[in-house]
Design a protein around this ligand. Structure first.
Ligand code: MLC
Ligand code: AMP
Length: 485
């Protein structure tokens, strides 16, 4: 059976992970990463953590975290990466739902106020070998329209199959150095950025935090690919326009990749001018990993996310989930996908899994799209207005509403995503007060503290009443129109 990360078994001295934006980043070679991951795996065994056990990791991007994530993968432990900014309620929910047997952190003192964690130590040992099996590798928490986030169980085969499809589409090899500043608790930064680089035997340079100048600097030195969400590319274009120092990096990268949300055609055009080659988009979900991607062997396709990856079956369906055969770039249907990359299900939630995946293995994404004659997919929106994508993060309107309703001064609330040049969508809360209006900043802070800062509303609008239809259902589209007008 093939290995999940083949180059870690050879363990040579080429860089696998670099961290930091300054002149001398911290480096883990394939050898040092393999040996340290082996040491962490041995320690987990001593702690009585047996294969299949869930273990949480505070996902700061520093090297120790990488050692733990890789050590768990090799040892057959299931990592539950935690957003370092998680607020009290959401953290409590994840710890209760995933019930990890241990929580690891590079620096436990940074999280002492939220959860007791065990320090990741740097001892070395021969690493175990992990083959591409059907056992869980990760549980990634992702939001739905209502309720608290659900844990998507991702197996080793899901990851390997998906990364092999991407490597094929992008010509991704051991000569590539991916540059990114994405969080390591979601698919984009963790599965693609880290595990993808390790699977092809290349390197990942994590900048620590997104900074257009640092990104271009590393690309100009030896970075070959940039992975980014549209917000980062928008900020990169803002910084680079009129400043030639950004151009060498933008022009030497062989591939600029955008994903996690749609990149507007306007931004495509700006980046095409700056970089000379433009941006290749890919489209995915936590539950399915990446479904479509524009080929690196051809030009970018502004407005399109490309055809399905090798190994991904894709169909468009109508509201009754009947297949639509149209290839006219016009007929809209919901995207459904099937294949080895589709997750194993939501942790502890068989009904939620059954609602999105049918008996034949088709996963219904909730995304609406049209398909061109050559199979390229154009994503046009989502079925539900209650799923918001802000800065590439998925946020459920329901979770933010539930949080705000806990404030005694809030009688009713409707949360919507409104168009935003920088974030794609900006979270706005429309609030009907009970008595005197509360301080809007306090409402915003409640969401940042209890859920996570990226779920906080960027604006609170007080209204007399929420628009409702004859059935009493809030008509969110009318709210958005009101603020635009
Ligand atoms: C602000 N901050 C607060 C706060 N207000 N903290 C506490 N309380 C408050 N009230 C903090 C923030 O945490 C952040 O800290 C800083 O202040 C700035 O806040 P921000 O304005 O919200 O963040 P911003 O810089 O705008 O972030 C933009 C961004 C980020 C692009 C860097 O949105 C991002 O990293 N997005 C990536 C999302 C992603 O990876 N999605 C992939 C999902 S997988 P600090 O320290 O952080 O600066 C998927 C599948 C697929 O979708 O297809 O890929
Ligand atoms: P998440 O649950 O965070 O993984 O978000 C998945 C969602 O992100 C998808 O259902 C899409 O709505 C959106 N998405 C990801 N990539 C793209 C893209 N390239 N274009 C448009 N939407 C995207």
């Amino acid at each position: 059976m093939s290995l999940l990360f083949p180059r870690l078994a050879f363990a040579d001295d080429a860089p696998a992970y670099r961290y930091g934006a300054d002149a001398e980043p911290e480096v883990l070679t394939h050898r040092s990463l393999a040996r340290l991951a082996g040491g962490h795996a041995a320690r987990c065994r001593e702690l009585g953590l047996t294969p299949g056990t869930r273990v949480a990791v505070w996902a700061t991007p520093e090297p120790a975290t990488i050692v733990a994530l890789v050590g768990h993968a090799l040892a057959g432990l299931v990592s539950v990466p935690l957003n370092p900014k998680l607020g009290s309620k959401e953290l409590a929910h994840i710890l209760e739902d995933a019930a990890p047997k241990a929580v690891f952190a590079a620096d436990p003192s940074a999280f002492a106020d939220r959860a007791a964690a065990t320090r990741i130590e740097s001892t070395e040992a021969t690493p175990p070998e992990r083959s591409v099996d059907d056992e869980p590798l990760l549980v990634l928490y992702t939001s739905g329209t209502t309720g608290a986030p659900k844990g998507a169980v991702i197996t080793a085969r899901n990851v390997a199959a998906n990364l092999d499809g991407l490597a094929d589409r992008w010509g991704w090899t051991d000569g590539d150095v991916v540059v990114h500043a994405l969080p390591l608790f979601h698919v984009h930064g963790l599965v693609l950025g880290l595990f993808g680089s390790l699977r092809v035997g290349g390197a990942l340079h994590h900048l620590g935090r997104f900074d257009p100048e640092a990104a271009c600097h590393v690309l100009a030195a030896d970075g070959t690919m940039l992975f980014a969400v549209p917000t980062m590319l928008h900020r990169l274009a803002d910084a680079a326009e009129g400043d030639v120092t950004f151009l060498p990096g933008l022009r030497s990268a062989r591939l600029l990749v955008s994903g996690s949300a749609g990149l507007p055609v306007r931004e495509h055009r700006r980046l095409e001018k700056l970089s000379g080659r433009g941006v290749h988009e890919r489209y995915g979900l936590t539950e399915t990993l990446i479904n479509c991607g524009v080929s690196a062997f051809g030009d970018p396709q502004p407005g399109y996310v490309g055809p399905p990856l090798p190994g991904v079956e894709l169909k468009l369906v109508d509201d009754e989930r009947r297949t639509l055969d149209a290839h006219d770039d016009e007929t809209l249907g919901e995207v459904a996908v099937r294949g080895a990359s589709v997750f194993a299900g939501y942790l502890n939630r068989p009904e939620a899994t059954a609602a999105v995946r049918d008996d034949e293995g088709w996963f219904y994404t909730g995304d609406l799209a049209a398909r061109r004659a050559d199979g390229a997919i154009r994503i046009v929106g989502r079925r539900s207005v209650d799923l918001i994508k802000t800065g590439g993060y998925k946020v459920g309107a329901g979770e933010v509403e539930a949080c705000l309703l806990e404030d005694p001064a809030v009688a009713e609330v409707a949360v919507v995503g409104e168009p935003d040049d920088d974030l794609g969508q900006r979270i706005v809360a429309y609030v009907v007060c009970r008595g005197d209006a509360p301080d809007p900043d306090a409402l915003i802070q409640r969401v940042a503290d209890e859920l996570t800062p990226h779920k906080r509303p960027r604006a609170v609008v007080f209204v007399e009443a929420l628009p409702r239809n004859a059935m009493g259902k809030v008509q969110k589209k009318r709210l958005t129109k009101r603020s635009e007008g």
